[in-house]
Design a protein around this ligand. Structure first.
Ligand SMILES: Cc1cc2nc3c(=O)[nH]c(=O)nc-3n(C[C@H](O)[C@H](O)[C@H](O)COP(=O)(O)OP(=O)(O)OC[C@H]3O[C@@H](n4cnc5c(N)ncnc54)[C@H](O)[C@@H]3O)c2cc1C
Length: 470
């Protein structure tokens, strides 16, 4: 079974079916493609936004393989199905519990699947950092802006400020500008941080071409890219009407008096991505620190985790872009085929070439992580009244008071303030609370979320359909 139908999961599923395996490909989304190849729902009136995509050739090949296999009964695409928990009762046996949302709200049902091998390709999600006004309507994550554009054909605003750090800001800004928005980009870091990583970038000409394409689009639409600047506040009554953009010093602290106000009707901020580890942690896979400093799933050269029969691929193993995810998915399925004593699909020389490409992309990802860190001084942008945990409405001042009262680490702050105890289970606020709570102390490890998505109790009460995968 493959969980996640982004570049990594699609590649894993395609190689597995070509190798003769029966596959269930599960994704919470309504379409194949994941975040990178996000498309509007099938049959919707929204155009498919071809110009917003890259490497559609791979997407078409992979989805054609999966759909052909579905027609011949060797692949089941379970779209709109969210794996909410999983257990690993014995080697070679995995039980996954899914909530089927494909019939729409109020009509969810439970599904239970068994599989011998599971490939986790659950990707990553935006790392949001709070700032005064970030909870106003019209303030999004950068990924949120992109998801609206690609998945619904919706341009979130006509005057949009895109801020944060990393190359991902460029496709977001370019896509919005190409749809007629007036866009300003604020990159918090200094491009000179790429100096040591130039070799890694030169090793991937495709990335340079992609970057040059965005730069050309931004230049054509006269989109200014403000360096060492960040969106440090959003203003408005019922929704965002303006932002404050501030210059940052080397530590990421705001340079006094540098703030200037800019009118905006939409804002998107992105500070990199956080690997989606819920199922990996629940299944007991070992985690390791990645090139970006985050904990990620530890894998061997065939993308096998520490749990027998469980592989992982894509951004759940480290944030490095769609091409790396795709190649890791391919390796994961090749590993499963070999473990089952079946011939591979890619061939020995092909596998060597894939490994070389993976190594180049990982070097690039490490250079990217070095060049685009979250600025250490960002917590200084927070006022005491700034909401940090949106679910439980906990503000920065409450977290700071808890720390001043002696709370050590995220867990004690959570116990005293309820930050991280709400609906999202800390996905949105955990980086911020950890930064405010300071290093060390219990609870700084990756949280265990046994329930990866909220499940209506009625669904559980009605019981599950049982469906083993051969
Ligand atoms: C919102 C967002 C937008 C992005 N847009 C772009 C972009 O336009 N360009 C770009 O270069 N990069 C983009 N990225 C970065 C991008 O995620 C990666 O480079 C690439 O898509 C990673 O591929 P992946 O297969 O590892 O994961 P993803 O493409 O993220 O695919 C993971 C899939 O797993 C599914 N999933 C996760 N958990 C579960 C579960 N428990 N049950 C069932 N399904 C599950 C998700 O629905 C998702 O479809 C974006 C990231 C995010 C978070």
């Amino acid at each position: 079974m493959v969980v996640g139908a982004g570049p990594a999961g699609l590649a894993a599923a395609a190689v597995a079916v070509l190798g003769g395996l029966s596959v269930a490909l599960v994704d919470a989304g309504q379409e194949l493609g994941g975040q990178f190849w996000r498309h509007p729902p099938h049959g919707s009136a929204v155009g498919d936004g071809k110009d917003l995509h890259h490497d559609l050739r791979s997407y078409r090949q992979l989805t054609a393989t999966v759909r052909d296999a579905a027609r011949s009964g060797r692949c089941r695409s379970l779209l709109g199905h969210h794996v909410w928990t999983a257990v690993h009762p014995a080697p070679g046996q995995h039980v996954l519990h899914l909530v089927d949302r494909s019939a729409g709200p109020g009509r969810e049902s439970a599904v239970r699947l068994e599989a011998r091998h599971v490939v986790l390709a659950t990707g990553a999600y935006d790392r949001p950092l709070p700032f005064p006004g970030w909870d106003l309507p019209g303030v999004y994550t950068a990924g949120g802006l992109q998801a609206l554009l690609k998945g619904a054909g919706v341009r979130a605003g006509s005057r949009v400020v895109v801020g944060g750090t990393g190359p991902f800001l460029l496709p977001v800004a370019a896509g919005l500008a190409a749809r007629g928005a007036s866009v300003v980009v604020c990159e918090a870091n200094d491009p000179r941080r790429w100096a040591g990583g130039a070799g890694a970038a030169l090793g991937l000409p495709g990335k340079l071409v992609e970057g040059a394409g965005y730069a050309a689009t931004l230049a054509r639409h006269r989109v200014p890219v403000q360096l060492r600047q960040a969106v440090t506040a959003a203003h408005g009554t019922d929704r965002v009407e303006a932002v404050t953009i501030s210059r940052l010093d080397r530590s990421g602290a705001v340079v006094a008096g540098s703030g200037r106000r800019l009118e905006a009707d939409a804002v998107g901020t992105g500070w990199g991505f956080v690997p989606q580890l819920d199922l990996a942690v629940t299944l007991g896979a070992d985690l390791v620190p990645s090139w970006g400093g985050d904990q990620v799933v530890g894998v061997d050269r065939w993308q096998r985790t520490s749990v027998p029969g469980l592989s992982a691929a894509g951004e759940v193993c480290g944030v490095g872009g769609a091409r790396l995810a795709l190649r890791e998915g391919q390796l994961a399925a090749e590993g499963v085929l070999r473990d089952l004593g079946r011939p591979g699909v890619t061939g020995d020389r092909g596998v060597v070439a894939v490994r070389r490409e993976v190594a180049r992309h990982r070097r690039f990802a490490a250079a990217m992580a070095h060049a685009h860190p979250v600025p250490a001084g960002w917590t200084g942008w927070l006022e005491d009244s700034t909401t940090v945990c949106r679910c439980e409405e906990v503000c920065a001042g409450q977290v700071r008071r808890a720390v001043a009262d002696g709370a050590v680490g995220v867990r004690q702050v959570k116990q005293l303030t309820r930050a991280g105890m709400g609906w999202c289970q800390g996905r949105m606020c955990a980086p911020a609370v950890a930064a405010l709570a300071g290093p060390g102390g219990p609870g700084t490890e990756v949280p265990e979320r046994l329930v990866a998505t909220p499940v209506p109790l009625g669904v559980l009460a009605r019981g599950t359909g049982r469906d083993p995968i051969p």
